[in-house]
Design a binder for this molecule. Sequence first.
Ligand SMILES: [Zn+2]
Length: 290
Amino acid sequence: MYQNKYRFILGNFRCTIFRDLMWKYKAQDYFINANQQELQEEMDKFQLNPDHISSPFIAILLQNGDKNILIDTGAGYSDEPLVFRGNSFELKGKLVHLLQEEGIEKEDITDVIITHFHLDHIGGIYSDKAKLNFPNAKFHLPKDEWNFWHSSKSDSQIPLFKWFVENKVTPLKEEYLNLIEGELTDILPGIKAVTAPGHTPGQIALIIGNADEPLLYISDAFLHPIHIERINWRTNYDFDHEKATKTREKLLDLANSENMLVNGFHFNFPGLGHVSRKGPAWRWEYIKKS
Ligand SMILES: [Zn+2]
């Protein structure tokens, strides 16, 4: 059985990372411009099967006083397989169930922060019956992301991704929205947005906690630790490769200079570790779990 929850203290927050579900990717999509020999070296080093790279989808709960803040919402849950253009697939995200196990009902969530509008981050906003899952929450969303997906610029995106935005984000009523703009903007006390475009046009990363060691939530700026060590290796899931590389450099410099704990959404659960510089290259090291 997989571990589905990881708890720790982060500044003034009690923090729980949940594993919504597991997915798998292929090296040919994750590292599209990798030299084959170097790719093999990385596959060996990380003990990966190039046809089956396991990847969690996560969500984070931050609790402080009467605040229950959720970061990203997983893929969502559907009783019936989702049928889209003749293809059917299962959506069995466990997030709501895992929250309930912790005594947190959907109504208890006061704030939801979404880092970007890909389906594994927004799918849990509404239920499969089109009911808002977190009816008492304020939704904090990056303004550039909102504007992109609600413009004709997003017409080139995968139709399934557009369907998710139209069904899981667009129906949110204006009075529940806080559209985040600017660099190092305070979203809530102890949580700042860092612009992180490239993976999607408006993606944000987050700096969380006021402690000596804050957490940098990198969302999907890096899909695998190999993207830290091979910063120029591109993925099929990035919108703008050059911006994605610049964002990677910016986030690594930030994490290193401020000695931040780092959390990667798709890294081995719970995805926590540190980065360091080794000559011109960067290194990733997972924390040892207690
Ligand atoms: Zn993702």
